[in-house]
Design a binder for this molecule. Structure first.
Ligand code: SF4
Length: 265
């Protein structure tokens, strides 16, 4: 008789730390960030290109906010990640757990086991930050998510085009009654026709989904991987685009990356 073996789930992590969320609907709240390795997109403006290939080691903060990192080798067993999150979870400090990356949904089988456990242990809501292009993986995790921040990638700015997947993805979140918002990175190269198409895509699911226009943060030379220039939009451009999108969607807010202003991670 062949013995039944169970595969122990593991994750390829970049870092775990406690910080102030700098983007979107949860801006200003305190979160435990779990940054996963791997991403299958190549956005021109990416400020996390170091996450694309899973690193051999990850940085784990010992005490929330103190940046007293210890280094561990990937892959990381589920039980170990649970232990690190519990260590971060001091009473009343955090508002939620942020799954970020990279693209966290590339870890969907791991998350399907990790999320129910971490949720019941910490009682913290789970917030997913995602490129919004993997509806199949999202469907595996819907019961364990509370909030989803979906990036909608404009081809003129990101170099990526995923209109059909974005639509399916947003509809799945909406049908599951999750708290959702859509984030769109805008630069000087933004095509207003793509903004109108995006607003129609969102309003086709619900006019009440908040939409965030995020002016791109220009990258330092050491962070650049693309030859395409990434320049912040002008004040006039942002005013015009917000007005354009508000014809279709009720809430269109313009918020830059505040964590970079605060010099947060
Ligand atoms: S989806 Fe995010 S991590 Fe991936 S390339 Fe785009 S900005 Fe970078």
């Amino acid at each position: 008789m062949i013995a039944k073996t169970t595969v122990k789930p593991t994750a390829r992590l970049v870092e775990v730390f406690s910080a102030i969320q700098g983007e979107g609907l949860n801006v200003g709240t305190r979160q435990i960030f779990i940054r996963f390795g791997l991403c299958d997109l190549r956005c021109h403006f990416c400020d996390s290109a170091h996450t694309w290939d899973a690193p051999s080691r990850c940085k784990i903060e010992r005490s929330p906010g103190l940046r007293d990192f210890e280094i561990h080798s990937n892959p990381i067993p589920l039980a170990m990640l649970i232990k690190w999150v519990e260590r971060q979870n001091l009473p009343s400090l955090h508002d939620s757990i942020s799954l970020t990356g990279g693209e966290p949904l590339l870890h969907a089988p791991f998350l399907a086991q990790f999320l129910p456990e971490v949720r019941s242990l910490t009682n913290l809501p789970i917030y997913l930050e995602t490129g919004g292009h993997r509806p199949e993986q999202l469907a595996m995790l819907l019961p364990y998510l509370d909030t989803v921040g979906m990036d909608l990638k404009l081809p003129s700015v990101s170099g990526e085009s995923h209109w059909t997947e974005h639509k399916q993805f947003l509809q799945l979140c909406f049908d599951a009654n999750l708290e959702i918002f859509v984030k769109i990175i805008v630069s000087q190269r933004t095509d207003p026709g793509e903004l109108e198409r995006s607003a129609l895509l969102v309003s086709g699911v619900s006019q009440n989904i908040p939409l965030f226009l995020q002016p791109v943060t220009p990258l330092a030379d050491s962070e650049k991987f693309s030859q395409v220039p990434v320049l912040a939009p002008s004040p006039d451009q942002v005013l015009e685009w917000q007005a354009l999108m508000k014809r279709f969607v009720k809430q269109v807010r313009v918020i830059p990356q505040t964590h970079k202003m605060l010099k947060q991670l």
